[in-house]
Design a protein around this ligand. Sequence first.
Ligand code: PRX
Length: 635
Amino acid sequence: MSNYHIKHLEEYYQVYRKSVRNPEVFWEEIAEEHFMWRKKWDNVLSWDFTKPEVKWFEGGQLNITENCIDRHLHIRGDKTAIIFEPNNPEEEAQHISYHDLHEKVCRFANVLKEQGIQKGDRVCIYLPMIPELAISVLACARIGAIHSVVFAGFSSTALSTRINDATCKMVITSDGSYRGAKTIDLKGIVDEALKDCTCVESVLVAKRINTEIHMEKGRDHWLQPLLDEAYTDCVPEIMNAEDPLFILYTSGSTGKPKGMVHSTAGYMVYTAYTFKNVFQYLENDVYWCTADIGWITGHSYIVYGPLCNGATTVMFEGVPSYPDYGRFWEIVEKHKVNQFYTAPTAIRALAKEGVEHLEKYDLSSIKVLGTVGEPINEEAWHWYDDNVGKRKAPIVDTWWQTETGGMMITPIPFATPTKPTYATLPFIGIQPALMDENGHEIKGNQVDGRLCIKFPWPSMARTIWGNHQRYKDTYFSAYENKYFTGDGALRDEVGYYRITGRVDDVIIVSGHNLGTAPIEDAINEHPAVAESAIVGFPHDIKGNALYGYVTLKESGEGRNHDNLRKEINQIITEQIGPIAKLDKVQFTNGLPKTRSGKIMRRILRKIAGKDISNLGDTSTLLNPEVVQDIIDNAL
Ligand code: PRX
């Protein structure tokens, strides 16, 4: 039996028991046998959730890119590491071998060094899904710079907030990006963002759409000429196990986005190990995750996890609907994809368009299907199973978070029997707990509660950049000695978990985490707005959509509501990005509040979801009269 590659359910239980009975021994064995270290660790794990402080493989030294690239060169140097599939199907796909990747990453790393980037410096990467994105991520890791990838759908304000929070010295971007039939002026967004950032010394610009753009003298440099001149080899920086590898921002329910900091060794070990098992990846397989590298899914399961296993990983630049809704399936057929990993939102959107888009393509290469990012409803699960997997490919419904770095609750295909809408069993080494409202763990099965994790795992985020107190308050203060996920879950009669959704003020729209407070702050900047509250309501495709309740100032009364709605969404687009736009905006005379002035979102959520049968006792509100008015005018 190999602890690294689990194939049967009995093996899962056996390895799981070992991993929780003696985690240090278990992870030491995995780390030792399957990775390349420059120096072995002194201590496998030390932890204290009260501080909180967690260290894995302390004293160990390594470079993650040696694990992702160099160690494969002798055995699979000519194997394709990355398949780049462009937005436009007419443009040829690129196959980047491990040898090519080595050279490209080294050249890029040398360019970073020539531009003055050193170990520990932060580099913001704001790129579309083109090879330069994966390469620049790895180039940073090669020299020990901390990458902070910002999804290229975020606005200039969102970008500058993130650049400033991490005091990035450099931004890597492109002249623009393709998104279906549209082009986006990325460099223009960067220029706008940098008006508010004094920390950025240089900007590297990749050419993608060949448009005329402004290049700021002394600051902006075209990437290609620098790469052409750079050396093709770059000695990797030797990193300590706990050195930060990257920062990735995620929305909180309040305040500014949280820069989750992931460290090097634990992240590497856990993402590689989960990738191998959860996708059952075999040497000649082609694996495709449709996420963007701007999100954690792309970091862990397009770049680091697959490359660490010497896999072939597909990067797709485009969208599922361009040039038509058959695009995903065309790519599956073209590259003979064996493992396909996407989000429930994409599945629902494709299901709506009908099976005729699928029927044109040969999907027989598919062995494993995966989903991530939000709960998958039963209908979408069956559509995926019947039409894409033809009931032969198990679906791995993987629950995890930006903060967890890797998959936490998930089936192991061909081992764990799947159950629609259930993420099923904890992965090896993961110890979940369901908690009640009084802070006690709920034991036994057929129960539900708030989902916590009781014991550290190697890829957990170590802190929030620049704000350890917030890290402690957000994740380690709700329940003593436990990591609190912010999600609710239930455990069925056999111990399978089903994630029921967020229990805080984060709303997941199309698989994207959105905090209500930043959106409300944006709306409140409109001169006619007095105050606002955002809630989620069920949406057929997006899972949830946003419903805004907005109270106007006197000066705003009498203004055209449709125009106001447009202006509000315009502000949101500018401040956060189009993903945070509101589907519905209701203008109200007031918002229901408790006597201490807190907005009663529970009531607003029910009204938005058209479920007003049980609003609870509203008589104790500060302003009970507004409730009926809101119900009467609900959209
Ligand atoms: O609510 C859970 C939901 O997505 C949240 C994490 O979002 P993010 O940090 O953006 O990471 C998404 C990709 C890992 C979780 O707190 N979520 C994620 N996966 C699932 C899920 N909800 C239900 N089922 C899932 N499989």
